[in-house]
Ligand binder design. Sequence first.
Ligand SMILES: *Cc1c(COP(=O)(O)O)cnc(C)c1O
Length: 380
Amino acid sequence: MMKSKIWLSSPHMGGTEAEFVKEAFETNWIAPLGPNVNGFEQDLELFLDHGCHVAALSSGTAGLHLGLILLGVRAGDEVICQSMTFSATANPIAYLGAKPVFVDSEPDTWNMSPALLEEAIKDRLANGVKPKAIIPVHLYGMPAKMAEIVEVARQYEIPVLEDAAEALGSSINGQRCGTFGDIAVLSFNGNKIITTSGGGALVSHNSGVAKDARFLATQARDEAPHYQHSQIGYNYRMSNLCAGVGRGQMQVLAKRIRQRRSVYDLYFTRLNGIEGIKFVQEPAGYFSNRWLTTITIDPAVTGFSREDLRLAFESENIESRPLWKPMHLQPVFNGSLFYGDGTSGKLFDQGLCLPSGSNMSDENMSRIFDVLDQFTGKKG
Ligand SMILES: *Cc1c(COP(=O)(O)O)cnc(C)c1O
């Protein structure tokens, strides 16, 4: 008999989600918008706690698309983007007919290198082009070096669009991810730390920006009794049903972060000290929600590759996944500019995401360790 599947990260309901959704049914507030959307936005504003304004949207990708529009990105413009990320970070640049300029990672957090960012900006300026925006990402929940990135951005007066899709609940010196950029984006896709079954949000310190996002996300209707439009609009708003799930999930977010972090601790305790296996560790003051636990495996030292391990997991019906393949190596972005030193390419070659769900049972964990033990020869 096939063993049950262990997922990389699967939805984990807390219990009260159904009550918010039931209330929406009982009041027939199925769509559009409604009290759950307002309530979910307020919950997020309270959680982020930095004078932020939130617009709940249909996805994180929609948030990135609107964010670029609100930062004034137009066809032909250049946008600097972290190369190592999920394609959803970079695709909205292409939606607008703008050009991505990819920047490599640094080894401490695996996110955008502030030094290579500055090198890219200088080189683009020397070529007579001023990039319109910078998109850093907090991969797997680990915050990017935001103080350094924002400093470079300020120096060259380029706005930052912060992709915090994987980092709700992460922080640097107590300041939450999602509050560093001129605009930030969250995701509540099914595999994220909390989910609305599908959804996202745009975050800004400027209430006008959040208001503009809501306006563009609801077809850009001017104030008039008839349907009048002076701008192109989008259908990007979150539904009242999804927001009901989100309100329930916000009640367990702190718990989900603790659970993800304890999954990380289990892996770390078991694998730490094995030559050739490395974890990405929190620099001083950094706090990761540990959305996914990730390791790198140096096959020259361990004698096995991340692909050997991934296939062994797969044969046991356990999902694991290579790290995000950098965008500068993706066929679809072939020919794009790239400023790098090879860090993200090497991480991709050696890196693996381990099953990290907050709903992982002890039994699942021991199935995973059985596979790991075959490779590391270590018994727990
Ligand atoms: C999930 C994710 C997104 C996109 O969010 P969706 O809600 O799935 O559209 C964007 N960027 C990163 C880094 C992500 O992980």
